[in-house]
Design a protein around this ligand. Structure first.
Ligand code: SF4
Length: 476
């Protein structure tokens, strides 16, 4: 153990105070003499997990490019390897440990390669202890609160030839003026807030990402202005729980106000994620219905269709509360598409309780559902609950649920056949470079043969056929 190491601390991570959120504007810097430390060098960045991590990785890219590094797609060839990790489920973590193991082989022939591991996993005490004890190939361990410190941590590792561990377990600040190198030139993630205070009993996020803290609207709106001036067609307002935007700022300006302010900008498409039913107001539904460039697609996690399970999950709404919001969205926003998250096999979930989830899925007929088997996260309250649902039972429930989900998704897609829809074109589809793909306003994936050079453009496509998860069309 090194006394200079800053190790994660769960107790600190649980702390929540009413202290005002600190906005840091000038914390990021690269010492003059190290601006070209990356000259003729490359970095490899692997991102795991959610959109928040995707956006953090765009900051990491921005920082490395400011240090003159070039991004490369081959881990074996990179001078610096960075893993931006996810801690949401055990299998996500196991994947990362596997990849870290692979770097050991690389470093046998190229010992100067620097391996940096960050993201949500390294905010966990047990993970950092395991990395320090077993994975000596890891040179730098950083967290979710100090991405702006990457230049200093890299320089330390390079010149001191010793392991660097700097992970802060805290409520957190808001960092402005950090570099960004975006992955997409027509769609952009725009952070509006960080962290979460909901403390759902199964979730690790409140411990890894800190308290709910909002960016100032001026900073968000000026970022959107920049994106509009650069020709972006779509922005997604991002947060673990966007509906709680502004609550920590004690201003008479909530998420509905922010969404309307962004939608009044000259941007064709506005999206937001992730929502929590708890803060989903009628005012917000009104803005979604009123503003034509707020896309008619809402991701609203439900997690379970049974009230007892929702209670022990700590979700603090009932299925009736959820259905009230769901039905209002369906009735007030024409053509709206809705998706959700469902966890099966939560501790003590009985077959009868699972049946209620299936009934709710049949009632709602979601356009899409992200379904997961419950995965105990160490030190979360649910992890100490007796998990009496067998793995085979969990798998069986997941299969039964996924069957229903597929039926509804196909039904919604088949209803699109013959319609002409607007699609924001991402580029050649993964499977066939002659075919382009992009998303509709309702967030459905469309593959079509382009008749014009339309990457990054919004074009009209007539839907010819439908599969469960994709639509096929022709440009009109
Ligand atoms: S709302 Fe619940 S599930 Fe979502 S990030 Fe917060 S604690 Fe996790």
């Amino acid at each position: 153990m090194n006394k200079d190491w800053n190790l994660p601390n769960l107790k600190m991570a649980q702390k929540r105070s009413i202290d005002e959120t600190l906005i840091e504007r000038s914390l990021f810097e690269i010492p003059e003499q190290y601006i070209n430390i990356g000259q003729d060098k490359t970095y490899y960045l692997r991102t795991y997990g959610c959109q928040a991590n995707e956006r953090d990785s765009e900051t990491i890219k921005g920082i490395f490019e400011k240090m003159s590094f070039t991004q490369c797609d081959e881990m074996n060839e990179a001078d610096v390897i960075i893993f931006n990790t996810c801690a949401i489920r055990e299998n996500a973590e196991n994947k990362v440990f596997g990849e870290i193991g692979n770097v050991k082989v690389i470093k046998q022939t190229r010992p100067d390669v620097v391996l940096m591991v960050g993201g949500c996993m390294t905010q966990e005490e047990n993970v950092v202890n395991r990395l320090l004890k077993t994975y000596h190939q890891v040179d730098v361990i950083f967290g979710t609160h100090n991405i702006h410190r990457l230049p200093q941590l890299l320089i330390q590792a390079y010149f001191n030839k010793e392991r660097v561990v700097e992970v802060f377990s805290k409520e957190g600040e808001v960092y402005e003026n950090l570099p960004v190198s975006r992955n997409n030139k027509s769609k952009a993630w725009v952070n509006i807030m960080y962290g979460c205070d909901k403390f759902c009993t199964y979730c690790i996020v409140p411990y890894t990402r800190g308290k709910e803290r909002s960016r100032l609207k001026e900073d968000i709106l000026s970022e959107v202005d920049d994106l509009v001036n650069q020709g972006f067609k779509e922005v997604t307002l991002l947060g673990q729980n966007v509906n709680a935007y502004g609550k920590d700022l004690n201003l008479d300006f909530d998420f509905a106000d922010l969404l309307e302010s962004v939608a009044l900008k000259d941007i064709p498409r506005v999206r937001f994620m992730t929502s929590h039913p708890w803060d989903f107001t009628d005012k917000l539904i009104g803005v979604i219905a009123k503003m034509p460039n707020v896309m008619p697609f809402i991701h609203l996690p439900l997690q379970s269709g049974n009230n007892e399970i929702l209670k022990i999950m700590g979700r603090r709404y009932t299925k009736e509360d959820y259905l009230t919001i769901f039905d209002k969205l369906r009735s007030q926003v024409p053509n709206i598409a809705l998706s959700t998250d469902i966890i099966v096999g939560f501790p003590n979930e009985s077959e009868a309780q699972f049946q209620e989830t299936l009934e709710l899925i049949d009632h709602c007929q979601f356009d899409n559902v992200y379904s997961f088997i419950y995965s105990a996260r160490e030190k979360t309250p649910a992890a100490s609950m007796v998990d009496n649902v067998s793995l085979s039972e969990k798998n069986d429930r997941l299969q039964r649920l996924n069957k229903r989900i597929g039926v509804h998704a196909l039904m919604h897609n088949q209803a699109m056949v013959g319609k002409t829809v607007s699609v924001l074109v991402d580029g050649p589809s993964k499977k066939n470079s002659d075919v382009y793909s992009g998303y509709t306003e309702t967030n459905k994936l469309v593959n079509f043969k382009p008749t014009t050079d339309c990457i990054g453009e919004i074009v009209l496509v007539e839907i010819i056929s439908a599969k469960t998860w994709t639509l096929q069309g022709k440009q009109v």
